[in-house]
Design a protein around this ligand. Structure first.
Ligand code: NDP
Ligand SMILES: O=C1O[C@H](COP(=O)(O)O)[C@@H](O)[C@H](O)[C@H]1O
Length: 515
């Protein structure tokens, strides 16, 4: 058996709806190319790009090439390989609302099945606005595209609805055509290497597994910070805001992976069962008083980052000049179950913050204070930091004796910097997720009950905001968000740990520092 035979996904036709869009260009084309170059797509596949605007196959392949030159981690420097790859791509102009176009698409499919010896499998990737998900599904069915002898799967992008009600409606539409196990809801954070690593760090280490509870963990901090503003996405973002754009999906998914119970088997359904149980245990905030005490919403005003001046959110193009949409969200949330009772999870996300980073900090409780060292020294708590993005790795802070001094304790740290490893060109999230969908591996896709549970948590907050009893806090672009966010932790005796190892000056490194 060749290397290709052992790792390649089953042959299929990939229908890329939204093929002229931003996501296809920046993420999906490069992902398909890397999968091909690394042998994860064999020769029995075809990609049909679909959108309304006219394109010839040649123009489409040029777009493909440009996208790979600009965005791919793998270079298209082997002409022979490139030509072979590009040959699998065809373009068809199609309006989603026109069912006749889908019949024509069926004819093209049959032609490609025969050309590339494809066994009838179909993967429909909807890189489209969510209001088109229902119409596409119905027209796929009515146009005869689901009657083939192989499997068919639907991959859909976020946002999955605007609130629980719209998500339910969307789900009802999809489920008239596809079974739940055929629907792959993308949350691209679940495709990130270090998010997938959370399970391994938790369940494969005798160091951590016994300590992973309220007896030993003081608090958990999750930061998803971005330096970018809303850019040209104002039309979408101004209706969505940070709560719907980042918290309902990425943030709560990461929280669920940190908080969930160990699954009995490493089977997708068992893992997703545990995640949904964790989401169900989130303490619902039901009164505006609870929300105001535990939740902060902010919006950036003009400011500066690295000496570059930045406009405020309300001055961004395609944003309402009186918008009260939040570009920042922070909260103290509780997972009300036996494992986590009393442990605050502090979560924050925002645009126009000082650094781009995704990090999870687990702060452990100190040793009992009747122990000699805890009494005599101001001990720094032990930390486990899972660095997701852009640095990938694990950082651990512990206490040790200061060399040459008696009874003096010094924090020391150990770092595993995965992204510093030379030659390690790890797959991007979209590569993993497309590959998984093509193999029918659904662990890192969100199941309907998880999505619904996350919406019901988020909806309560959004409803209170709508009633207007909260105050929107403003923060200058380039700062760490509204000042009140620090008070959230200070009132519990904690503080945010600096991200990206920025507090490391007072720490002795046991192994290589990232600096
Ligand atoms: N861009 C990103 O980084 C991310 C995007 N997403 C999600 O992915 C989806 C796509 O986003 P993005 O690529 O940015 O959006 P774009 O607006 O860039 O692209 C939309 C695509 O849909 C096509 N389209 C629109 N209407 C129709 C129609 N009636 N019939 C056929 N095709 C149509 C457009 O082509 P044409 O005009 O030629 O018809 C275009 O190819 C959205 O749900 C978004 O929220 C999620 C995460 C990140
Ligand atoms: O889904 C989204 O994610 C991006 C951030 O993704 P990352 O992989 O770069 O961390 C965010 O900018 C965007 O607003 C949101 O829709």
């Amino acid at each position: 058996m060749s290397k290709h035979d052992s790792i390649a996904a089953a042959g299929a036709v990939y229908y890329l709806f939204g093929a002229t869009g931003d996501l296809a260009r920046r993420k999906l084309f490069p992902a398909l190319f890397s999968l091909y170059k690394e042998g994860k797509l064999a020769e029995d596949f075809a990609v049909i790009g679909l959108a309304r605007r006219p394109r010839t196959n040649e123009q489409f392949r040029e777009d493909l090439y440009e996208s790979i030159v600009e965005f791919s981690r793998n270079k298209a420097d082997d002409k022979q390989l490139w030509d072979k790859f590009a040959e699998h791509f065809e373009y068809m102009s199609l309006d989603i609302n026109n069912v006749d176009g889908f019949r024509e698409l069926n004819n093209l499919t049959e032609k490609l099945d025969a050309k590339f010896n494809i066994p009838g499998n179909r993967l429909f990737y909807l890189a489209l606005a969510p209001d088109l998900f229902g119409p596409v599904s119905f027209n796929l069915r009515d146009g005869g595209l689901l009657g083939s002898k192989g499997w068919h799967r639907l991959v859909i992008e976020k946002p999955f609805g605007y609130d629980l009600q719209s998500a339910q409606k969307l789900n009802e539409q999809l489920s008239q055509v596809f079974k739940e196990e055929e629907i792959f809801r993308i949350d691209h954070y679940l495709g990130k290497e270090m998010v997938q690593n959370i399970e391994v760090i938790r369940f494969a280490n005798a160091f951590f597994e016994p300590l992973w509870n309220n007896k030993h963990i003081a608090n958990v901090q999750i930061t998803l910070s971005e330096t970018v503003g809303v850019e040209e996405r104002g039309g979408y973002y101004d209706k969505s805001g940070a709560l719907r754009d980042m918290v309902q999906n990425h943030m709560l998914q990461m929280l669920a992976m940190i908080a969930m119970e160990p699954p009995s088997r490493l089977h997708p359904e068992d893992i997703r069962d545990e995640k949904v149980k964790a989401l169900r245990s989130l303490r619902p905030y039901t009164t505006s008083e609870e929300i105001n005490r535990n939740v902060i919403r902010g919006q950036y005003t003009e400011g500066a980052l690295k000496s570059k001046s930045l406009t405020g959110y309300r001055q961004e193009e395609s944003v309402n000049s009186e918008s009260s949409t939040e570009t920042y969200f922070a909260a103290r949330v509780f997972v009300d179950n036996f494992r986590w009772a009393g442990v605050p999870f502090y979560i924050r996300t925002g645009k126009r913050l000082p650094v781009k980073t995704t990090e999870v900090v687990i702060e452990f409780k100190n040793v009992p204070d009747n122990v000699l060292f805890a009494r005599r020294h101001d001990l720094s708590p032990n930390l486990l930091v899972i660095r997701v993005n852009p640095m990938e790795g694990i950082y651990i802070k512990i206490n040790a004796k200061k060399p040459g001094e008696n009874n003096v304790v010094q924090p020391v740290s150990m770092e595993f910097c995965q992204s510093c490893m030379i030659g390690l060109n790890t797959p991007e999230a979209y590569e993993r997720l497309i590959y998984d969908a093509a193999r029918g591996e659904s662990t890192y896709f969100t199941r309907w009950d998880e999505v619904a549970q996350a919406w019901s948590f988020v909806d309560r907050i959004a409803e209170t905001w709508r009633e207007g009893s909260e105050s929107l806090q403003f923060y200058p672009a380039g700062s760490w968000g509204p000042e009140k966010t620090d008070e959230l932790l200070a009132s519990d005796g904690f503080h945010w740990w600096p991200v990206n190892g920025q507090d490391e000056d007072n720490v002795i490194w046991i192994s290589g520092s990232p600096k």
